[in-house]
Design a protein around this ligand. Structure first.
Ligand code: ZN
Length: 69
C-alpha cells in the first residue's frame, strides 16, 4: 500500500472501503506535515480505520487482525 503524506492527500485519495463515503481524520501524531499516526472515520457508517507509520489500514472492519508487517 502506498505511503500517504498530508491530510489533504488522504482526504482526496481515500474513501471508506465499506460504503465509499468521505472520511474524516483524527491526527494523533504528525511530523513535518505528514501524518504518522491517526484514525480515519467514515462520516456515514462510522467505521474507523487506523493510520500507523504513515500507512492507512483501510481493510473492511474485522476485529483485531494484524495484517500489518
Ligand atoms: Zn463508510
Amino acid at each position: 500500500m502506498e505511503r500517504i503524506k498530508t491530510k489533504k492527500d488522504i482526504l482526496e485519495i481515500l474513501c471508506c472501503p465499506t460504503c465509499k463515503s468521505d472520511l474524516e481524520i483524527e491526527i494523533k501524531k504528525e511530523e513535518k506535515d505528514e501524518i504518522i499516526t491517526g484514525i480515519l472515520i467514515c462520516k456515514k457508517c462510522k467505521n474507523n480505520y487506523k493510520i500507523e507509520y504513515g500507512i492507512p489500514n483501510l481493510l473492511p472492519k474485522k476485529e483485531k487482525n494484524d495484517f500489518n508487517q
